[in-house]
Design a protein around this ligand. Structure first.
Ligand SMILES: Cc1cc2nc3c(=O)[nH]c(=O)nc-3n(C[C@H](O)[C@H](O)[C@H](O)COP(=O)(O)O)c2cc1C
Length: 190
């Protein structure tokens, strides 16, 4: 009953909610507002409320981007152009205990912030499941899922849930959909 064991082992694994989110000035429905919590963080906390056993890790950089929105846009553009790999602040030593990673990030220039690339390159995601979600101002998931698949070739990467950043505070049904994906887990066909 090797197959059975495999499924049992998998269902014992824990879930990690890992997210990057930028506090401060943000572009919300056509105007610049100052946000106490970033949009992605608002959604991540909704998911955590639905999955109390999940651990949460905030992916952060060791330096701060400009509080000024337009300057930050330029900083991020340069990092993408340079294919930068910003250091992750207080990184997790290991992700071995997690079998599912719910990965949240804002859409930056059509993909993830570069620090999410650093995060994904820091561990071996083989055999793990990644459930992405991405807050954005209209570009949806962009190319992010394609890059996650490239960075984590051994992982099962779901299609991802795009969320309009300005609607983050109302994204309860999206949070429920994301949390519910834990229960219709990938079952190996062998
Ligand atoms: C540097 C930067 C680049 C962005 N690029 C895009 C983009 O290409 N497409 C898009 O729809 N929104 C873009 N946005 C808007 C954010 O994706 C959106 O406001 C998101 O909800 C912010 O999440 P956060 O508050 O968790 O950081 C960008 C925002 C920033 C700061």
């Amino acid at each position: 009953m090797h197959h059975q064991n495999l499924l049992n082992d998998k269902s014992m694994g824990k879930t990690l909610i890992a997210y990057y989110s930028r506090r401060g000035e943000n572009y919300v429905n056509g105007s610049i507002k100052n946000l106490k919590l970033g949009n992605t963080e608002v959604v991540a906390l909704k998911i955590k409320a639905l999955l109390p056993d999940a651990d949460v890790f905030q992916i952060d950089t060791t330096y701060e981007y400009s509080k000024d929105y337009m300057t930050c846009i330029e900083e991020a553009k340069q990092e993408l152009h340079d294919q930068a790999r910003p250091e992750v602040k207080n990184p997790l030593g290991s992700i071995d205990e997690y079998d599912t990673i719910i990965l949240g990030y804002p859409n930056w220039w059509g993909t993830m912030p570069m620090v999410c690339y650093t995060f994904l390159e820091s561990y071996d995601f083989t055999g793990k499941r990644i459930i992405p979600f991405c807050t954005n101002e209209g570009s949806g998931m962009g190319s992010s899922v394609r890059f996650i698949k490239k960075l984590c070739p051994g992982a099962t990467v779901e299609d991802g849930t795009p969320i309009h950043g300005a609607e983050a505070a109302n994204a309860d049904s999206e949070a429920r959909e994301i949390a519910a994906q834990l229960h219709n887990r990938f079952i190996p066909s062998r």
